[in-house]
Design a protein around this ligand. Structure first.
Ligand SMILES: [Zn+2]
Length: 96
């Protein structure tokens, strides 16, 4: 079930509740003061979970907005040349 965000009218703040999409109410009772809390206009978190696909999507989105800072380029081989493959099938590939 998706999560929906609500805000208390008595300044208790925001909280989330899970409801089926067909049965989501416009207001619920606040868990802090039992007052009226209205639903906010936000995207329901349909995919909020711990699946590996969601983890990958979150990591991809995070790296687009906050890329990891690296100290420099990746280390080169000791000879200074680019790494050479030892796979015999790669010898058939066309040369530049
Ligand atoms: Zn409240």
């Amino acid at each position: 079930m998706p999560l929906y965000e609500f805000r208390c009218a008595a300044d208790c703040g925001r909280f989330e509740r899970s409801f089926p999409m067909a049965d989501v109410p416009r207001s619920v009772s606040c868990p802090g003061c039992e007052g009226d809390a209205t639903r906010l206009v936000s995207s329901p978190r349909l995919g909020h979970g711990s699946s590996s696909a969601m983890t990958l999507l979150d990591a991809t989105k995070r790296s687009a907005q906050e890329p990891a800072v690296v100290p420099g380029p990746p280390p080169r081989a000791a000879s200074g040349r680019s790494p050479v493959t030892n796979n015999p099938l790669h010898r058939r590939l066309p040369r530049p």
